[in-house]
Ligand binder design. Sequence first.
Ligand code: NDP
Length: 327
Amino acid sequence: MSFNALMVNKNDEGKTKAEVTQISEDDLPNAEVTVAVEYSTVNYKDGLCIGPGGGLVRNYPHIPGIDFAGTVESSDDDRYKPGDKVVLTGWRVGEAHWGGYSQKARVKADWLVPLPEGLDTRQAMAVGTAGFTAMLAVMALEDHGIKQGPVLVTGAAGGVGSVATAILAKLGYEVAAVTGRPETEGYLKDLGASRIVAREEINETVKRPLEGETWGGCVDAVGGAMLARVLGQMEYGASVAAVGLAGGAALPATVIPFLLRGVNLLGIDSVMQPYDNRLRAWERVAKDLPMDKLEAMVQPATLSDLPKLGADILNGQVKGRVVVDVN
Ligand code: NDP
């Protein structure tokens, strides 16, 4: 029985092309669990892997999709049986291994997490890697203590930023949302942001290592000059959870905020998170992310929409979360 997948091929000149293709179960890699995929999403890394690869893809032909949710069809591992609902993020699936842009996927049992109670497969992918990572970032800030001032969320209209904004607002924090798209103000306020900060206000290179103590915490999806600038605006002892590099990988900062204000820079990695922490984060998502806010973030899509959406996310043009119905 054949089924559909978004396959990326590379030609002799090194140019990649992504197309919906029919494959069969025999084409899938060897692993313990076969999943009938229901939904996947579009993350920044997916944009790279649908396109030229960004150094993430090892072999072609390749099936991208760094996350998916679906139903177990067969399993050689005792932890899963046919009919179980599962979610997968990370472990370099969709990069080094074939991913979720396919009606079936075969993966290691260790990579799966049972679908958390209170979420269906579509909602799990509306959250996806971006939302799961936003939750990890909020948990890291909580572990280090969120201070009094507003919590800043950078790249707020993107996937990580949208989910972080909704969770922080639900938890009762005042959220200041940084966006380069003024037209998203209404959307961000509906998610719970009480204040909008224009990207250009905060995007400049650091001139003074310390500015006024403004933010009680920060979830940063942007990195680069913006992260460097934010470090000097944090309250005494406050923390920044560094999640992304949508604005660049360089960090043109000074160490002064760490030394004179005890600011913490917390690294957030979703890919290699241990299993117990994954369970904890998904349970927190089910509890602390209002489902009506999640629905407001969703843009539905199909496999054939992916080549365009991949380019859009690399250009910072995707608002909220894309949910791909692979069937
Ligand atoms: P999105 O593209 O959905 O969001 C990124 C947002 O950043 C954009 O929507 C835009 O927000 C803002 N932005 C884009 N370009 C720039 C720029 N040049 N300068 C300033 N702001 C910019 O991506 P995701 O939310 O899915 O991911 C965000 C980042 O987090 C990515 O770098 C991704 O790789 C990383 N990530 C890391 C993970 C981890 O495990 N550490 C897991 C998941 C994602 P706006 O229009 O509101 O300004």
